[in-house]
Design a protein around this ligand. Structure first.
Ligand SMILES: C[S@@+](CC[C@H](N)C(=O)[O-])C[C@H]1O[C@@H](n2cnc3c(N)ncnc32)[C@H](O)[C@@H]1O
Length: 348
């Protein structure tokens, strides 16, 4: 038997004349003998159809042979691959999540430190095999610090943390090691952008790499001031501004939003506050920068929509403001029975 090439395995197969191939495929599928993990091989007027049991196929009257067949990964999962190869013991496999994020060409998977250390490279290899676009894989830990940056461990592929992610056709530069970015927020970025009108002035107080600002400027001829305390985030936003054709203007500003009302002279039609752990602390500054009738979109962690609304109303009331809540939306799960909510309000 010939030597199999990269991505191929030697497998038992039924040899069917091309003229009868469809019919034989149907019969083998009905008998439950098709090996769906390998592709049929066409050679010398015959189609070799991989089967799971050569003896059974022969008993059923088919001519059989062993051929080199290309692996077919359609429908396969990376955990399925790991299980099949017995590279990870079942009790460890049970601790590996079935899903992961892809940011640009980098995959991020939540792995416990001991699993990442011992089995990280097998996990990364399986992910890259199923997703050829992925060039680097990192195990991700919690987000930490003021900049809300992920603790990362490289487990496979290139050791690179800067990439370009696409959201709704927008190219967003992301440095996964040095700035916050969550691809699950794509719809939320879009929803906020849709609330903005041409000519509006928008302040994003915790812009990160600037996804809200980019979505808004893509959709509307609005002006966005995007502040972040993290220089890496602002550098990425500047890079994204070079990558996209936008209708609006985005002005990246590196600095502390606590001082926003002393830095900025104008008032805004929308203020976005996506810093769920401490956004309420910044509420008085945000309210001073909001024009009469302007909209505030504040993100915070709460156990229910009612709690989120109450927290915002109480804090605004203590600062002497009366707000009309126009929407409370659950955006992301944060912990068991804790979510990140967005409370959108209007000033009187
Ligand atoms: C949860 S991230 C939000 C990023 C972005 N809005 C998004 O949707 O991807 C919060 C951001 O706030 C920034 N930040 C934290 N404290 C800040 C402050 N006092 N002033 C300005 N930015 C701050 C962090 O660096 C981080 O990028």
């Amino acid at each position: 038997m010939e030597r199999c090439g990269e991505g191929e395995d030697p497998v038992p197969a039924v040899a069917a004349p091309l003229s009868r191939a469809k019919e034989v495929l149907r019969v083998l599928s009905r008998m439950g003998l098709r090996d769906a993990r390998h592709r049929p091989v066409k050679r010398g007027g015959l189609l070799y159809i991989p089967v799971t049991d050569r003896e059974l196929a022969a008993e059923a009257g088919f001519e059989t042979a062993v051929v080199c067949a290309e692996r077919s990964l359609r429908g396969a999962t990376f955990k399925g691959l790991l299980a099949e190869r017995r590279e990870v013991p079942p009790e460890v496999l049970a601790r590996i999540p079935g899903s992961f994020d892809i940011v640009g060409d980098i995959a991020l998977i939540e792995l416990e430190p001991d699993v990442a250390e011992r089995y990280g490279s097998a996990v990364a290899k399986a992910i890259m095999e199923l997703h050829p676009r992925v060039r680097a894989v990192y195990a991700r830990g919690p987000t930490v610090g003021v900049e809300r940056v992920r603790v990362l461990r490289h487990i496979g592929g290139e050791e690179r943390t800067v990439t370009v992610h696409r959201e709704y056709g927008i190219s967003i530069c992301v440095d996964i090691a040095h700035a916050y970015y969550n691809p699950s927020l794509a719809e939320e970025h879009r929803r906020i952008a849709e609330l903005v009108r041409n000519g509006d002035r928008v302040l994003d107080m915790f812009a990160g790499v600037g996804p809200f600002a980019l979505h808004i400027a893509k959709l509307r001829s609005a002006t966005v001031i995007a502040i972040d305390i993290n220089p890496y985030a602002i550098a990425c936003l500047r890079r994204s501004l070079e990558l996209n054709r936008l209708r609006g203007d985005v002005h990246p500003l590196e600095g502390d939003s606590r001082l926003a009302d002393s830095m900025l002279r104008r008032v805004f039609s929308h203020v976005i506050m996506n810093l769920p752990h401490s956004s309420l602390e910044f509420l008085p500054v945000a309210l001073r920068l909001l024009e009469p009738g302007g909209a505030l979109h504040i993100y915070l962690v709460a156990g229910s929509a009612e709690e989120a609304r109450r927290l915002v109303e109480t804090r605004a009331g203590a600062a002497g403001w009366e707000l009309r809540v126009v929407e409370v939306r659950r955006v992301l799960q944060y912990a068991p029975r804790r979510w990140i909510y967005r409370v959108s309000t209007c000033t009187a």
